[in-house]
Design a protein around this ligand. Structure first.
Ligand code: PHE
Length: 488
């Protein structure tokens, strides 16, 4: 309706000087008129100037008087044309809606007088100037300065407001008395009738609709990066899909004594159901039992009882080295071929959760088995692996693992933090682990395990592990985080 009014008006008139005035004169809502002007301007049907100015509007009280008349006039009308009315009666008649100013103004204007508490008229006709001025303002019409001063002199009837609208609204280059509907889509029908239709022009500045797509979690992104490096270096991925493992493969096969503190429920999550494993390779179990109890293969063993029940207990794997022990055992069942294996997957530890520890995290595991490998090979492979990640300063510190000898902790120099940080653990698997499996005596296995979260946090400046992993991760992080936007 507003659109037709504006375009129609401009057909016969040079311009619309003011959108507010136009709205009032045509009984249109000014906000709606403004929207239409904005739209028509977009289509270049019209040109218009934005304007802001201060304007007077009615307060709640002002609106009341505009509707009912000023209080002094209401008072005047309540007094009979002839005779008089008692002040008490008059008050009753007017009720609470009229304040004490009504009497003051009616008396000042010499409209009424009071004698012996009886009120009578002094004139027979009065004009309600206040109401007339208020109605003018309500209709959006201009009133002169004197009128404003007069109303402002009265209590709280009008207030100033910022007003915005349009001025000098004129025909634009695309003006037509009626807006043609333009086609916006290249549908089959539109293309068939393209000659009759007018198409909306392309807006090359418009933003495209955001594309909603699946995004990788930062950890998965970094996992992919590590995976690629392993693959480039000729490693094969080990199958890591079972989180539940038996103590046998997680500990015993790795020559980890049954009394080792890591096998306590304070450190490891044991399963309630099923609480024990169903099958183990019996002949191998026998050899593992023997190496623990009395040694062999040049070892003295631990010289204490080895219990099958302890080995049968199911747990959530505490390291991916459990996967390596299964893989190496499987490898030993066939004629030996050298292998390079890796895995990146979840492990679980019964840890107190804090800013840098979670009860579950990811480990990257790598191993190479071949004849003639030395500690020098291990150091060389690790240097190669980390330099591909841009971490070329490495240091190794002697360490202890039940399943490796020698063992080394790996430290990397962190440029931003300006200090050496521990990033992993490594070593050469012990003969007590490899020989019971059936691997040839001259085969050596070099291996290492690294956390995935620690380097991810260091690389991307995340200081709370719970922001990276677990139920508190904000999905927004996945959408916004730059690690997630680099292509994969
Ligand atoms: N399993 C060790 C890492 C490791 C793997 C292989 C050899 C030596 C160490 C850990 O969890 O920290």
């Amino acid at each position: 309706m507003a659109e037709r009014a504006i375009l129609g008006f401009l057909q016969n008139n040079e311009q619309i000087p003011d959108s507010g005035q136009f709205s009032a004169e045509h009984n249109l809502d000014h906000d709606q008129v403004k929207n239409v002007i904005r739209r028509l301007q977009g289509f270049r049907y019209i040109d218009a100037q934005d304007i802001t100015r201060k304007t007077w509007v009615l307060t709640e009280e002002g609106k009341k008087y505009a509707a009912q008349g000023s209080p002094e006039v209401q008072l005047f009308l309540a007094v009979p044309e002839e005779g008089s009315i008692s002040a008490v009666e008059l008050k009753k008649k007017l009720g609470d809606s009229i304040d004490s100013f009504a009497w003051k103004y009616a008396k000042e204007n010499k409209w009424v007088e009071m004698e012996k508490k009886q009120v009578s008229r002094k004139v027979q006709h009065v004009d309600d100037v206040v109401q007339a001025l208020l109605l003018h303002i309500q209709d959006g019409k201009e009133i002169d300065e004197a009128g404003i001063v007069f109303l402002k002199g009265r209590k709280n009837l009008i207030e100033q407001m910022k007003w915005n609208g349009y001025s000098s609204i004129k025909k634009g280059p695309n003006y037509a008395p009626e807006r043609k509907m333009v086609s916006t889509d290249l549908t089959r029908e539109n293309l068939q009738n393209w000659k009759e239709l007018e198409f909306k022009e392309y807006n090359f500045n418009a933003k495209g609709a955001p594309v909603e797509a699946g995004l990788l979690h930062p950890l998965l992104k970094v996992r992919k990066q590590f995976k690629d490096i392993f693959v480039q270096m000729g490693f094969e991925e080990m199958p890591t899909n079972n989180f539940v493992e038996s103590s046998f493969w997680n500990f015993d096969a790795l020559f980890q004594p049954q009394q080792h503190p890591a096998r306590d429920s304070h450190d490891t999550f044991f399963l309630k159901a099923p609480c024990t494993t169903r099958t183990l390779p019996e002949d191998y179990v026998e050899r593992v039992k023997r190496v623990h109890e009395s040694g062999g293969y040049g070892s003295r063993g631990y010289n204490c009882d080895w219990k099958r029940e302890e080995a049968n207990k199911n747990l959530l794997r505490t390291h991916t080295t459990a996967v390596s022990s299964r893989m190496l055992h499987a490898l030993a069942q066939k004629p030996f071929v050298p292998k390079k294996y890796f895995s990146i997957d979840r492990v679980f530890r019964n840890e107190a959760v804090d800013r840098t520890h979670l009860a579950e995290f990811h480990q990257m595991e790598g191993l190479i088995c071949d004849r003639g490998l030395t500690l020098g090979d291990l150091i060389g492979v690790l240097k190669d692996f980390f330099s591909r990640l841009g971490m070329s300063k490495l240091r190794f510190k002697p360490a202890y693992n039940p399943y490796t000898e020698p063992s080394m902790e790996i430290f990397s120099y962190h440029e931003k933090l300006d200090k050496w940080v521990e990033i992993g653990n490594s070593g050469m698997f012990r003969p007590e682990m490899l020989l019971p499996m059936g691997l040839p005596e001259d085969v050596r296995v070099i291996a290492w395990g690294l956390g995935l979260e620690r380097p991810t946090m260091i690389l991307y400046g995340i200081d709370n592990i719970r922001d990276l992993f677990g139920h508190k991760v904000d999905l927004g992080l996945i959408k916004r985080n730059p690690i997630c936007r680099i292509g994969i």
